[in-house]
Design a protein around this ligand. Sequence first.
Ligand SMILES: Nc1ncnc2c1ncn2[C@@H]1O[C@H](COP(=O)(O)OP(=O)(O)OP(=O)(O)O)[C@@H](O)[C@H]1O
Ligand SMILES: [Mg+2]
Length: 203
Amino acid sequence: MTILIGLTGGIATGKSTVSNMFNAANIPVVDADAIAKDVVENDEEIYDAIVDAFGEDVLATDNTINRNTLAKRIFGDDAARKTLNAIVHPKVIDRINTEVDHLRKLNHEFIVVDAPLLFEAGLDKSVDVTVFVYARQKDQLDRITARDGIDKVYALKKIKAQFPLSKKRELADYTIDNSKSILDTKRAFTRTLEAIKRKAASQ
Ligand SMILES: Nc1ncnc2c1ncn2[C@@H]1O[C@H](COP(=O)(O)OP(=O)(O)OP(=O)(O)O)[C@@H](O)[C@H]1O
Ligand SMILES: [Mg+2]
């Protein structure tokens, strides 16, 4: 039987870093961020609904949706963020389920769903075990501003749009600490995977 692992964390706490470790351990990862990006960029129905809700201001000169412009509209405006989520999330969840079903048929022992909003979107209910990737808020801010070239005020708005890290940590079955070196994270990853395997074997 396949065990479905829900992987989550805060913005830039290291979800992708850890999902790469799962991949390297030959465990397939369904990437909710990549699916959401694809849905916004390529799904006509979603495109129309976004333009209807937010207007043509969110379009780039080539008429594609400018995800940065859209992000600026929704972070800091709860109502706008809820509107966008209501448009995009059902489709993203459908696509995640389709990919998981496909992978289940290949009889993998484990499948990972990497979803930043695992708890916020209620996806935790459809996985067997949840793993939270932790970093301090200071690391989060440093990593976001360095990687995305955005300022701290905007980075904090993005952070505040999710459940607090303390809540995610409390809700998750396992926590992988990614506040130190990548090598430390790799060790924590290995310990966590072993613990999940032991638990699965005892059931
Ligand atoms: N332990 C670490 N020490 C230093 N930098 C790190 C560490 N882990 C990750 N990073 C860096 O922090 C940034 C965010 O990491 P990563 O992309 O794994 O996070 P994420 O949670 O997937 O982010 P997002 O929310 O944007 O998807 C990257 O630039 C990465 O190289
Ligand atoms: Mg990521």
